[in-house]
Write a protein that binds this ligand. Structure first.
Ligand code: IMP
Length: 460
């Protein structure tokens, strides 16, 4: 049996920890979209591993695959591999030759586009890692695929077409001199930024990455590669990055990422069919409250003062950008939307401990929009912004010895915490398969690992 793990909200749900725990039963863990805009944290025995690009399963020694739907920044890829090696791990990673390369110019253009949009109050709040421009080039059929990096002639030809277009865009649209100093921003700080628009320099840099890819023999055609693992009896875990509400098609456009973190994305982003991808198990990761880095509506958002107080209780800053996370109450319309889009068969709650000791606990059960009751997220961001949340008050639970709770299992959760997760589960019609009460691997109470196909543990 395989499984897919998906963020049900706005990203930062704690997918890394869930993949790490459920992945104990997997042989292969596959990322199928996005790139180093993601931030997945895996904590084991107090050791924290922060990954942006590699599948979280590599920390457990699983075979990690980056599917064709990913956009790969080679600097991050090799940096993460090297850093894990320095910490005594031996990551086994394969990269689809069909995945696209994030060029230094993509990152510069990402920053330039955001800064131009912010002049008109239209910024998306991207992570600045070049995702938008890289996926634009993919759709525009100008992108560089990883397999091409291994073929100098093809690479040169592609760059000679693409980089001049980036130069034109930089100069004519964003007013950046492609041969001059770059505007301030994350892209300007990287060591490959200075010659981001120079075909020769980019070619040489990619060639040296290509030499390492060839030496490490990591490039595969992910579809046939995974199908073969499947035939050999391997169990595969598909790991999404970001969350359903920032999916390019099903999220709150335009405040979205440029790929599809939803279940369908796993099919397109790997090259194997839906029956292999989900194989009956699609786990939605539900953070016990809502958080968002980046711009866009968030009807249950706390006011600035309450958010500041809440952020002090939790790690309230983005893993990649370190921006303060916006905070809101759990929002059922968001979760109903995610359940429909992804077809969740199980829910994995995270950060349930973070709500311990609150004076008040609210769950948004629907919105009021133009006099109508709305149960899912509306089609446009403008409409979502106008939604007024309707809340149900639930009884909060006290802070407690979460380590002991985790050790004792589901029934040891404070009764009100169980009521909370079961309230959500009943509304969505999806069982709770795991509850996270702390960052450590041991702090996730697993009621049923879909990969092991066990019955649910604990009373319901
Ligand atoms: P991009 O993916 O960098 O283009 O950013 C587009 C939107 O997605 C922005 O609102 C980002 O803050 C958000 N985003 C991208 N990756 C993540 C993530 O891993 N967690 C949470 N939000 C993300």
């Amino acid at each position: 049996m395989n499984a897919t793990v998906i963020g049900s909200q706005l990203g930062d749900e704690g997918k890394g920890a869930v993949v790490d725990v459920l992945g104990s039963e997997a042989d292969v863990v596959v990322r199928y979209q996005g790139g180093d805009n993601a931030g997945h944290t895996v904590t084991h025995r107090g050791e924290e591993y922060r990954l942006r690009l590699l599948p979280s399963g590599v920390v457990r020694g699983k075979l990690g695959v980056l599917g064709n739907g990913c956009a790969v920044n080679f600097g991050t890829l090799f940096d993460e591999v090297d850093r894990l090696r320095e910490r005594g791990l031996d990551p086994d990673v394969r990269v689809s030759g069909r995945a696209h390369v994030v060029l230094p110019s993509h990152r510069v253009l990402d920053g330039a586009s955001e800064s131009a949009r912010s002049d008109d109050d239209l910024a998306v709040g991207t992570t600045g890692n070049g995702m938008g421009p890289a996926y634009e080039d993919k759709a525009g059929r100008r992108g560089v695929r990883i397999a091409e990096v291994l073929r100098p002639d093809a690479l040169r030809e592609r760059l000679e077409y693409t980089i001049p277009r980036h130069r034109e865009l930089a100069d004519a649209v964003y007013g950046i001199d492609p041969d001059g100093a770059l505007p301030d921003g994350p892209a300007a700080d990287s060591d490959d930024a200075a010659d981001a628009f120079d075909v020769d320099a980019v070619f040489e840099r990619l060639r040296s990455f290509g030499d390492r890819l060839a030496a490490d023999d990591v490039v595969v055609d992910a579809g046939p590669f995974l199908a073969e693992r499947q035939r050999e009896g391997a169990t595969i875990l598909f790991e999404s990055a970001q969350g359903t509400q920032i999916d390019l098609d099903h999220g709150n456009y335009p405040y979205v990422t440029s790929s599809n973190p939803t279940a369908g994305g796993a099919v397109v982003g790997t090259g194997v069919g839906p029956e292999t991808v989900a194989d009956g198990a699609v786990v939605g990761v539900v953070k016990a409250y809502l958080s968002r880095v980046g711009c866009g509506p968030m009807p249950t958002e706390l006011d600035a003062e309450a958010a500041t107080v809440f952020r002090e209780r939790v790690d309230g800053f983005g893993t990649v950008t370190e921006r303060p996370r916006r905070i809101g109450w759990l929002d059922l319309p968001v979760l109903r939307t995610a359940t429909r889009v992804n077809g969740f068969s199980g829910l994995a709650f995270t950060h349930v401990d973070s709500l311990g000791g609150l004076d008040e606990l609210r769950v948004c059960t629907g919105y009021e929009l133009d006099g109508e009751r709305v149960r899912q997220v509306p089609m446009t961001s403008a409409a979502w912004r106008q939604c007024t949340p309707e809340y149900e008050q639930l009884e909060p639970w006290p802070d407690c010895d979460w380590e002991a709770v985790a050790a004792d299992g589901y029934d040891a959760l404070p009764e009100n915490a169980r009521t909370f997760v079961e309230f959500v589960s009943d509304d969505l019609g999806v069982p709770v398969v795991a509850v996270g009460v702390g960052p450590d691997r041991e702090a996730t109470v697993v009621r049923r690992n879909p990969l092991a196909d066990e019955p649910l543990s604990g009373a319901n």
